[in-house]
Ligand binder design. Structure first.
Ligand SMILES: *Cc1c(COP(=O)(O)O)cnc(C)c1O
Length: 457
């Protein structure tokens, strides 16, 4: 097979700073060894997140200029609404400034203290919104999804036996809705099959529980279904997406992912009474229902971006970039989560640095080594981000120490990935020299964002 090319060419460039090792050492020390505290300009390849970091197309930039900034009933709103309805088939569309605002509205209207919300895996803002409303957020990921090295096509699936057990245990009356996240971000962008969504829906229908889809990467998930699930090899991504949404009663979306936009989100639903309540909350928190949390130009950009994300050639290229990095690292024996997901490659820092104990944060050691070696910024998902303290106040390590290399959409070219692979290879060959870290300052919440570190000798 021939090389899969980027299905676009470059009309405008954005310079990136090529730095020296000495410069990076100074920058990282000044940032207290926490890459979240670095200046972005000191990161030559920034793989911190795929959220809101994508490049817009010429059609999106052109659409931006058509932004109709009327307060009510703008033309831009009509384009946004009809595109979202076309994809989701839902009757009511509410534009929000980000995905978490959609989650917040959903939770404030439907979730009460003592409720239980099942999900394959709650994304962190989703969990926070459900818990803030007083609910217990439970993750019911299938067994394959919990084994990093196990090859399986749909590791984002929900465990339907555990869903039935959850409904028995807590009672359907305490479950205002069940969520399913496509693709499963927390599990590394692993997809969910149509068969699984259908089975979840059947179980829920028997108990009168609505289904809400967390749709942030619905187009990447649709591509996985076409590539891996029986019967979909010829189906358009739009039709697959429409089928996914057809099983749902509502959906939340961050357009910073598969909206190919730098900001935006929405909440959709079918139920008229839900829509009425959501709308009231939208007006209170975000804005008038025909712009929500967004400018008219954002609505334009998202309407174009959502359809571009469903373009088959774009998704072929997108998935090829993730596979390209995997293929470069696999022969070297670099430990990573398999199969790779839709938007990121996860390195297994515990296996990469077996000499660093979990409470000396091997993920931070690896993230910092990759930065120092090549100016590449990635993120720890391990004992710093997910660590806890037991009742005696002792720190408890997270089950996995991962490092995420998230892929911004349409931003980096093949030579950037070649460089990235070379840097990681160098770090791999010199891994014995990598130190652990200790925290010298940590805030009470979300310590990974603002904590300070020092290398352990
Ligand atoms: C990013 C994300 C969210 C939250 O969206 P924001 O736009 O960042 O508020 C919710 N769920 C999943 C699965 C996500 O990836």
């Amino acid at each position: 097979m021939r090389t899969i090319i980027e299905p676009f060419r470059i009309k405008m460039t954005e310079p990136i700073k090529v730095t020296t090792r000495q410069h990076r050492e100074r920058a990282l020390t000044a940032a207290h060894y926490n890459v979240f505290l670095l200046d972005a300009e000191d990161c030559c390849i920034d793989l911190l997140t795929d959220s809101g970091t994508g490049a817009m197309s010429n059609n999106q930039w052109a659409a931006l200029m058509l932004g109709d900034e009327s307060y009510a009933g703008s033309q831009s709103w009509k384009k946004f609404e009809s595109t979202v309805k076309n994809i989701t088939g839902m009757r009511h569309v509410l534009p929000t400034h980000q995905g978490r605002a959609a989650e917040g509205i959903l939770a404030q209207v439907l979730v009460k203290k003592g409720h239980v919300i099942p999900n394959n895996s709650h994304f962190d803002t989703t969990r926070a919104n459900m818990e803030f409303a007083g609910a217990l957020a439970v993750d019911l990921l299938c067994k394959e999804g919990m084994e990093p090295a196990r090859m399986a096509p749909f590791k984002g699936n929900m465990d339907t036996d555990r869903l039935k057990e959850c409904i028995r245990q807590y009672g359907a009356e305490n479950i205002p809705f069940c969520m399913i996240t496509v693709t499963n971000n927390t599990g590394g962008g692993q997809p969910v099959s149509v068969a699984n969504i259908r089975e979840v829906k059947t179980i829920l229908t028997a108990h009168n529980i609505p289904l809400v889809i967390d749709a942030c990467r619905f187009a990447e998930n649709a591509y996985f279904i076409r590539a891996r699930e029986n019967g979909y090899a010829e189906t358009s991504l739009l039709d697959i997406a429409a089928e996914i949404f057809s099983y749902a009663d509502a959906a939340t979306m961050s357009c910073k992912k598969d909206g190919l936009a730098n900001i935006g989100g929405f909440l959709v639903c079918n139920d008229d009474r839900w829509a009425e309540q959501f709308k009231n909350m939208l007006i209170l928190r975000e804005g008038f229902p025909t712009y929500g949390g967004l400018a008219g130009r954002d609505l334009e950009v998202i309407a174009v971006g959502l359809m571009e994300a469903l373009d088959y050639d774009y998704q072929v290229y997108r998935h090829a970039t993730v596979q390209y990095l995997r293929k470069k690292m696999e022969p070297l024996g670099i430990p990573m989560v398999r199969p790779v997901g839709g938007h990121a490659v996860f390195l297994d820092a515990r296996a990469f640095l077996p000499h660093v104990p979990p409470l000396q944060y091997p993920g931070i050691g690896l993230v910092n080594a990759i930065y120092l070696e090549g100016g590449i910024r990635c993120v720890e998902l391990g004992s710093v981000m997910f660590g806890k303290f037991d009742e005696q106040g002792n720190e408890v390590a997270a089950p996995l120490e991962l490092v995420r290399l998230a892929f911004p959409r349409r931003v980096y070219t093949q030579s950037h990935f070649d460089y990235l692979a070379e840097v990681i290879e160098h770090v791999w060959h010199h891994r014995d020299a990598i130190n652990g870290y200790r925290l010298t300052y940590q805030p009470n919440f979300l310590r990974h964002f603002t904590g300070h570190f020092q290398p352990v000798d």
